[in-house]
Design a protein around this ligand. Structure first.
Ligand code: SF4
Length: 293
């Protein structure tokens, strides 16, 4: 009898893959609720059924994919709720505080649930560059959003300085060789270079950010694109060309005192003084040519 009911229940799950409500179950199965509850509990225990907490505080049930059933086996109602909240946070992830506020559970309980879900590879933690590298949680197979990882210019959520320098050099050389190019040309070229070098693809936002830094470095500059395609709005309207007038370097900006953490207590006769300062000495010992003010 219970096997027959179990099959009927699972057939109903197939029919409603987004979730079965209590009402649907009662109307469609026509069995006593105690019998149905036994079947539900048994399926949850086996990891074949997932609980979904609805916003109106009712519960729905969803069948778990056969390949994920071992991971869900033996999870409790609280585990399912936290999993569901993390699933809803999609590729931006959920902070522990958000999980705490939405579930009403204590911090200790949340930490324990997160550990369980992480150990089962149902969720993962990712450091967010947006929020001081705080951890957010998302489904294990979810690709974190660009806002979380910082895009391809970040490696392990830190700026990848070496990679950025190489890509900037490629942009400068490409613009120098071509004379004048638009962003689409740079994107096509740089994507090819990046894929050959690292098998990673750079997004247009990453490339625009790199182009901007090459402009700030004074190596390339913008000009109006007067070609037909640009006039008709089919191009961005901006071309990049090599800088004719390099930005002069002001060596006053390179003085170590400018960002010295003990500047306020540095004085001629003090414990901290320019006479004793190794950084100031190194600065003064540079070639006269490199100290061109
Ligand atoms: S002289 Fe040296 S210690 Fe004094 S402000 Fe400059 S860098 Fe700092």
């Amino acid at each position: 009898m219970s096997e027959e009911l179990e099959n009927k229940f699972l057939d109903l799950c197939h029919k409603y893959p987004t979730g079965l409500t209590q009402q649907m179950i009662e109307v469609s199965l026509g069995h006593k609720m105690e019998e149905i509850v036994k079947v539900i509990n048994n399926l949850i225990k086996q990891g074949r059924l997932m609980l979904i907490q609805n916003s109106d505080e009712t519960t729905s049930y969803k069948e778990v994919n056969p390949e994920d059933q071992a991971k869900f086996r033996g999870l409790g109602v609280e585990d399912f709720l936290i999993y569901q909240l993390i699933e809803a946070s999609s590729n931006t992830g959920a902070w522990t505080r958000e999980l705490k506020n939405s579930s009403g559970y204590q911090q200790v309980q949340i930490t324990k649930i997160l550990k369980t879900l992480e150990s089962r590879k149902l969720i993962k933690s990712v450091k967010s560059i947006q929020s001081g590298r705080k951890k957010v949680y998302m489904l294990y197979n979810m690709e974190p959003s660009r806002e979380i990882t910082g895009g391809q210019l970040y490696s392990d959520q830190s700026y990848d300085h070496q990679y950025i320098q190489i890509m900037k050099m490629h942009i400068k050389t490409f613009v120098d060789n071509k004379g004048a190019v638009d962003l689409a040309d740079i994107i096509t070229y740089l994507r090819k270079v990046a894929e050959e070098a690292t098998s990673q693809s750079l997004g247009p936002e990453d490339i625009q950010a790199l182009v901007n830094t090459v402009i700030y470095d004074g190596d390339i500059e913008e000009m109006r694109d007067t070609r037909m395609g640009a006039m008709l709005g089919r191009r961005s309207g901006i071309l990049y060309k090599p800088t004719k007038t390099p930005i002069p370097v002001n060596n006053f900006c390179n003085m170590p005192c400018g960002n010295c953490p003990v500047f306020d207590i540095c004085s001629d006769n003090g414990l901290v003084s320019p006479k004793r300062c190794v950084y100031f000495k190194q600065y003064l010992e540079q070639d006269d040519e490199s100290l061109d003010f």
